[in-house]
Write a protein that binds this ligand. Sequence first.
Ligand code: NAI
Ligand code: MG
Length: 337
Amino acid sequence: AAITATLIPGDGIGPEISAAVVAILDAAGAPFKWDKQLGGVAAVDKHGDPAPKPLLDSITKNKIALKGPLATPIGGGYRSINVRLRETFGLYCNLRPVRTLVPGGRYENIDIVLFRENLEGLYVAWEHYLNIDGDPHAVAVSSGINTRAGSKRICEAAFEYAVKHKRKKVTVVHKANVLKALTGIFLETGKMVAKDYPKIECNDRIVDACAMELVLNPWKYDVIVTTNLFGDILSDLLAGLVGGLGMAPGANIGDGAAIFEAVHGSAPDIAGKGIANPLALLLAANLMLDHVGEEAISKRINNAIDAVLNKDNIRTGDLGGKATTKQFANAVIKRLK
Ligand code: NAI
Ligand code: MG
């Protein structure tokens, strides 16, 4: 049966890469029927809001969305749309898988999945300044909040993923030696959850040591689960290990809705030229297929991607190739046949 999903083509290169991804999904027989919605700068022009009501209503109704990059309008005091969507829909789980797609880079055979807590920690933005002796910014104060319940559900998501995808190890990343309460609760909860999964190995790492190890010996890592800010930083580090944000998909998952996205931005410097790499958004669509239980289709698309990149040697400019967005998409479609 068809699944109606919200499609937000987005700003800049968004419309180009989403058209390519939709064409590939159609060719692969994905079950999605698209409910197209404006978001980002495109929506400000029409509705005066980067996350307008028709968009929010559509996600509420469909519970699943594929989102192209959204530019946060400069000025006008808009909050980050991505943070707003996470909060509106309670998307507590940020899933960021990375794997080597194009061998020959600095690292090979990378295959790591990071789970980032998406709503708590320092991102609650309980911040203020203190005015001292006439300097309104004499002191900045920020409170972070991590809860047992919030830590538990993201750790459970990581372990459940490990079981489902036959992963061996989950590493809980924290800074409990210094932020004893704020991240201690996360470590403590992670260890508690681990007891329910005796077949999955569980260890923990302090975030700074983890960052170093990821650069020196990334193969030691399998599944990582961590708090909001550490997850933000480490997920981009991971993307760097496999060649940058151009190949990094992300999923924002809650109990009531899930939004799948490329983690790169709208790339205004190459927008409209037809040369953007649609891979990150395509990999996000694959996560979306897995989410609705269509693993066979996402596997076929993954195989087609590998063949196009490494047998046909068809790549877009960011990967050192000459292919346009459309040529790359057509090559994937050809491999799917
Ligand atoms: P960006 O990711 O858009 O671009 C950085 C560099 O990577 C540029 O040189 C760009 O050409 C290149 N690039 C990015 N995606 C590419 C792709 N698919 N294929 C080939 N090259 C690609 O980051 P930037 O320039 O900092 O941000 C531009 C706009 O995007 C801003 O308005 C920002 O707020 C927004 N943004 C939105 C995000 C989202 O919706 N998830 C994430 C990051 C930024
Ligand atoms: Mg980030």
